[in-house]
Each structure stands twice: as structure tokens, then as C-alpha cells.
Design a binder for this molecule. Structure first.
Ligand code: AMP
Length: 469
């Protein structure tokens, strides 16, 4: 089945084609039709299966663009995931002028309040902060027709369930509710019994197949063999797991010295640093991420080409968590575990834990060529280029006046539409804030509109107008 056959709009199909989403993934094929029919759903599905687009696409399709109040609410466990989902909505909805915002804790309430006063189609956020806004009347959910609980089991682990219950109590519009969860523990079952009338259950079976290799590697040779593996396979995205912060730093320093495109993440780094590291990794700004388990847990890292267990996982359950991150959409995963001369007991434990026999093989030395070196020292940047393509022909203008000068979106539209050869079609998202406004101009007409507006008034007021930074 194609995206077109699923009944999606031309504007959405255009974005999908630029993003190179050729056909719906299994979870999308199953979820989209039900969501377009506004049915309640429980979807058992994992990160990396394409589940974000499975709910974002039907929501984008069903948004009434002129409605000022939010029509969809997406609840997520973490700020990172919230921003990631916002990004996916923005990309998929870029030709439909869908306005989304991310509302999470530890960010200034005041700015969020201001944002929520603007026309907003989709609000994504963490339950605690969203509830604060509901209690303070700064978020109006009267028009909400979709509620999504993403990674519901994680929200349960983080004790967000009571907040979610309280949020449901604010919803009077009887929205279609969809719960996405990798597992279906009792807490989620109770929640769905309480709030979801006749939900449809969708279970996405099976994991992606992962090829698992165990290499017998002397402790002192691990760095060299890691480097040879990277040179041999030239993965676009690889995560290397080390057991401690110091270990991760040491691997990072070694690979950096060898000019491998890499970065690292562990709990010893500042939150902001960790966040931008993950963001860069997702964009393909570097190839190899070296991580501790603690830092990688809870962070929404996309699926990668390969996982290398530089150190044996401990406890054993980490093995499954770690290698589960391998296997990009519709592709086989790969997981390599280094086993040193002291690891025999661990290997036995792991075999027992996994209930399977894993042969331990010696790594065949590989000589890295000049060409290999060149490739692994460069980033891939695939995603960034696609996102750039979606922004082609768009320019956002900044106006130094907003509500303080009694400007409304209609005034800005009116002024722009007076310019010859410019029409409504060329105007994207408009934001009128207290002291400033932003308007997005489409179809390569930004420069023209900027030049013309600089010589005109808006609501009889002369405003300073420039390209937004
Ligand atoms: P998710 O499970 O939502 O985190 O998605 C995993 C990855 O799959 C993301 O990087 C998406 O951009 C990508 N993706 C989602 N849908 C498709 C599709 N139909 N074709 C190709 N890639 C997709």
C-alpha cells in the first residue's frame, strides 16, 4: 500500500517524497487508517519502527488550519522526545502550515504561555508541565480531537500516570486517544480501561533481525580492533558502549586521535551538552557515538546501523537494551561484542540469559586504506540535507511590533497581500507575540516581501522589518 492509497493529502505526499519516505512502514499502514477514522487505539510498538509518523500523519491530515486552539495533544516522557516529535511534525507538516509547540518542564513558563496564546495545532509535552498549564488556564483543550500517549510505559516508570489522569479530567471534547507503548504493563492496562472506550489493539510483532557477532579480543587490543571494525564496515551510524565514564572518554580520545568522526555521551557531561550531542548524532553530524548505559538510557536515540559492546554489558539485561538500538527502518541490525581474556564467566552468564549459543570468533585483522580513512573521518549529514530541502524557498521575517501595537495576524496578511504577485498562498505560519511578530514567506518570495514591507505601513504603523535570525 502507498501513502497515497492511505488517503493522505497532496501537501503531505510532497513532504514525504522530499524526506524520501517511499512507502508506509508496517506500523504506519496499520495505524493511519484507524486514526483517520478517529478511533481509540493501543499500539504495541518500539522506537525506530516509524511510529511517530504513524500518528503525526493522520493528525496533520485532520487539522483544521484556521482553528486557533490546539487540536492534538501528544504526551511524552522526556524533553528530548518531545523535541524530536515536534521536529517530525514540522517536517511532515511543512507544506500544510502546521504549527506545533513543545512544552516541557525546566523551561520558562512565561514563554510557553506566550506561545500557547498563538494559533497552535499540535501541543507536544511532558505531563507535569502540561498539567501546570491546564491548571493555570494557559492551555485550552476544548478543541482537542486527538490525544497521543507516546512511550506510555516510560511515562508509567517515571510516575507520570497520576498527572495523565488529571489531564484527562480536563478533556471535555471526547478526543480519539492512542496509547503507544513497547510493553503493556498493568498500569497502562488500567489507564486504558478507564479512559479508552472500545480501543483497537494493534501489536507490531517481532523485532528486526540482528546479526550478532562475538569477537575474542585481548583487552589491550580493543582500541585497535574497534578502529579496524569502523574502517572495515564504514557504518553511517554506530554506538560503542563502554562500562564507565572514564572508559568512554578513553575510547573517544583514541578515536579522535585517529581522526574518526565521533563524539561521546556520559553522565559526567552537562545536560545541554548531552542533548546537543544526541541531536547532532541524529542529524548525521558524526558517525560514531561512544556511550555509557546510563547516558544512553532514557535518551531517544534513533536506530543505528551497528552496536559495539566494547565492554560486556552488566547486568545482562543491558545486552538486549543495547543491541535493540541496532537495525534501521526495514534493515537488518548488527551487534558486535568484544570478549576479553577475563570474560569467560560473563559469556556463560550471557548465554544462559539469552537462552542461545553464541560462538566466539577471533577478529580477522583488517588493514585500513587511505580511502577508508577518508570516509570514516567525515560525517554523513543525510537527514540535515533533507530538512534543508524542506525549508527551501522559505524565509521568516521579524517585525518589531506585536500585541503592544495592536497588530493582529490579519493585519500582517492584509499588508502582504497588497504586494503585487503575492497572495495568501505565499504566507506560512504567523506568530504575533507581545512585542514582536514573525511571518513565514514561502515560494521564494521572502526577499520581495521584505523589500516591499519596509516601505509600507502595517495598520498605519511603520515597523522595523528584517529577516529573522
Ligand atoms: P520512529 O520510530 O518514529 O522514531 O522512526 C524511526 C525513523 O524512521 C525516523 O528516523 C523516521 O524519520 C524514519 N521513518 C519513518 N517513517 C518512514 C518511512 N515510511 N520510510 C522511511 N523512513 C521512515
Amino acid at each position: 500500500m502507498s501513502f497515497k492509497e492511505l488517503g493522505l493529502d497532496e501537501n503531505i505526499l510532497k513532504a514525504l517524497s522530499i524526506l524520501d519516505y517511499k512507502e508506509p512502514l508496517p506500523v504506519q499502514e496499520r495505524v493511519i487508517p484507524y486514526m483517520l477514522d478517529t478511533m481509540n487505539l493501543i499500539v504495541k510498538s518500539k522506537t525506530g519502527s516509524g511510529k511517530t509518523a504513524s500518528f503525526a500523519l493522520p493528525i496533520i491530515q485532520k487539522m483544521e488550519i484556521d482553528e486557533k486552539l490546539p487540536q492534538a495533544l501528544v504526551l511524552v516522557p522526556t524533553r528530548e522526545l518531545s523535541l524530536q516529535i515536534k521536529e517530525e511534525f514540522d517536517k511532515l507538516g511543512s507544506f500544510k502550515k502546521i504549527k506545533t509547540i513543545s512544552i516541557t518542564g525546566k523551561q520558562p513558563f512565561k514563554f510557553q504561555k506566550e506561545d500557547l496564546q498563538q494559533r497552535t495545532h499540535v501541543v507536544i509535552g511532558t505531563p507535569g508541565r502540561l498539567l501546570d498549564h491546564l491548571k493555570q488556564n494557559t492551555l485550552n483543550v476544548d478543541k482537542v480531537k486527538y490525544v497521543i500517549l507516546d512511550e506510555a510505559d516510560e511515562m508509567l516508570n517515571l510516575n507520570f500516570i497520576e498527572d495523565i489522569r488529571s489531564i484527562f479530567a480536563f478533556l471535555s471534547s471526547n478526543p480519539a486517544t492512542c496509547i503507544f507503548s513497547a510493553t503493556y504493563p498493568e498500569g497502562i492496562q488500567n489507564l486504558s480501561k478507564e479512559f479508552l472506550k472500545d480501543p483497537k489493539m494493534i501489536e507490531m510483532e517481532g523485532n528486526v533481525k540482528i546479526d550478532e557477532y562475538f569477537y575474542s579480543v585481548k583487552e589491550t587490543l580493543k582500541n585497535e580492533i574497534l578502529y579496524q571494525c569502523i574502517g572495515k564496515y564504514k557504518w553511517d551510524s554506530l554506538i560503542v558502549f563502554g562500562k564507565t565514564q572514564a572508559r568512554v572518554e578513553a575510547i573517544y580520545t583514541y578515536l579522535k586521535d585517529k581522526d574518526v568522526s565521533c563524539n561521546r555521551i556520559h553522565a559526567g557531561l552537562m545536560q545541554d551538552e548531552r542533548f546537543s550531542c544526541i541531536k547532532d548524532f541524529k542529524k548525521g553530524a558524526f558517525r560514531v557515538l561512544i556511550a555509557t548505559d546510563v547516558a544512553a538510557r532514557g535518551l531517544d536515540i534513533m536506530k543505528v546501523d551497528c552496536i559495539i559492546n566494547y565492554d560486556m554489558p552488566s547486568p545482562m539485561a543491558f545486552y538486549t537494551h543495547r543491541i535493540g538500538r541496532s537495525g534501521r527502518v526495514n534493515e537488518k541490525g548488527m551487534a558486535i561484542t568484544f570478549i576479553n581474556e577475563y570474560d569467560n564467566n560473563h559469556v556463560q552468564q550471557l548465554k544462559e540469559y539469552l537462552h542461545k549459543e553464541i560462538p566466539v570468533e577471533p577478529f580477522i585483522p583488517y588493514t585500513i586504506s587511505k580511502q577508508d580513512k577518508e570516509i570514516i573521518s567525515k560525517s554523513t549529514k543525510i537527514v540535515e540535507n533533507k530538512a534543508k530541502e524542506l525549508k527551501k524557498g522559505r524565509m521568516t521575517l521579524y517585525l518589531n511590533g506585536g500585541k503592544n501595537k495592536k497588530i493582529r495576524p490579519g493585519d500582517i496578511v492584509g499588508a502582504i497581500c497588497q504586494i503585487e504577485t503575492v497572495s495568501m498562498e505565499d504566507i506560512g505560519i504567523i506568530q504575533v507575540q507581545d512585542h514582536q511578530s514573525y511571518v513565514e514567506i514561502l515560494n521564494d518570495k521572502g526577499k520581495l516581501v521584505l523589500k516591499q514591507l519596509q516601505n509600507r505601513t502595517i495598520k498605519n504603523k511603520k515597523l522595523k522589518i528584517q529577516e529573522a535570525r
